[in-house]
Design a protein around this ligand. Structure first.
Ligand SMILES: NC(=O)c1ccc[n+]([C@@H]2O[C@H](COP(=O)([O-])OP(=O)(O)OC[C@H]3O[C@@H](n4cnc5c(N)ncnc54)[C@H](OP(=O)(O)O)[C@@H]3O)[C@@H](O)[C@H]2O)c1
Length: 265
């Protein structure tokens, strides 16, 4: 369905150089959307833009670090001038972690919140007038950890919970303008995010601790997320285990904590 509906829509996609963001970019481009893509790695970003198979200049990219507030401003200005506004903001860029809180350096905690939360808040602020004008949509890539506190992911979980607090409040403020906000919560997705996750001292983990598990594909998540955003759904919880954990967190938090503790020891 997303192959038809996004025709002519203008979208800014963060975290488009890899994983779920790249899959979202390809789906949007395939449906005729005009795109500005961003990520840190210029070569991988250019490769994703090229794989969008758009020879007519509908897909452009700007590489940079979303931890830098100056880059966020530059990106917003570029998106506005290249597309003359925006209909869809995809706040997808993110980094993960794997460390218990007592070993987590405070700067690493802040870095995770800066990218996963504050960059999304800032970009939303910078594009707000455009989104109000178009009665557009904001798609926010959260996680199961945005609904359920997860051991060894304290900063990641906090940054994702913060997304829910912020965007649920903003959705109400934006009701008069018809802006839709969709929070997506997948469980495990097959992407390099865990290999690139930060350890307590900020070093890159360099391996996928969940390798071998059954996971959703990035494209499955992209397709479902875009469908939900199109329908302006508030929340999409993706994956059987994720939905079960969500229900347990509401109905049986004690047993769920024991399961999570056991699984991360
Ligand atoms: N994979 C999962 O299991 C899973 C589950 C639930 C939620 N999620 C969420 O899904 C989103 C996408 O993750 P993914 O799994 O697709 O991971 P990924 O393949 O590692 O992609 C992450 C993307 O975020 C970008 N990014 C990271 N730090 C950045 C920074 N400082 N500035 C600019 N861009 C930055 C990366 O850019 P570069 O590669 O160019 O650095 C990359 O494009 C994240 O928000 C993640 O929390 C993932």
């Amino acid at each position: 369905m997303s192959n038809v509906t996004w025709h002519g829509q203008r979208a800014l996609v963060t975290g488009a150089s890899s994983g779920i963001g790249a899959a979202i970019a390809r789906r949007l481009a395939g449906s005729g959307a005009t795109l500005v893509l961003t990520g840190r790695d210029a070569d991988r970003l250019a490769a994703v833009a090229a794989s969008c198979n758009s020879a007519d200049g509908r897909v452009s990219s700007l590489a940079g670090d979303l931890a830098d507030p100056g880059f966020r401003e530059k990106l917003a200005a570029e998106a506005r001038s290249r597309m003359d506004g925006i209909d869809l903001l995809v706040n997808n860029a993110g980094i993960s972690m794997n460390a218990r809180f007592e070993t987590l350096e405070p700067e690493v905690f802040r870095t995770i919140c800066e990218i996963n939360f504050f960059a999304a808040v800032d970009l939303t602020r910078l594009m707000l007038d455009d989104l109000k004008k178009s009665a557009g949509r904001i798609l926010v890539m959260s996680s199961l950890t945005g609904l359920v506190g997860t051991p060894t992911r304290t900063a990641y979980s906090a940054s994702k919970h913060a997304l829910h607090g912020f965007f649920n409040a903003l959705r109400v403020e934006l009701r008069p303008f018809g802006v839709g906000i969709t929070l997506v919560c997948p469980g495990y997705v097959q992407t390099p995010i865990r290999t690139r996750a930060l350890l307590g001292d900020g070093a890159v983990q360099g391996r996928d601790q969940a390798a071998g598990r059954r996971m959703l594909s990035a494209d499955t998540v992209a397709a479902a997320s875009l469908r939900a955003a199109w329908k302006r759904r508030r929340l999409l919880v993706l994956g059987r285990e994720t939905r079960l954990a969500r229900i347990l967190s509401l109905l049986a938090p004690g047993p769920l904590e024991r399961i999570l503790d056991h699984a991360t020891r």
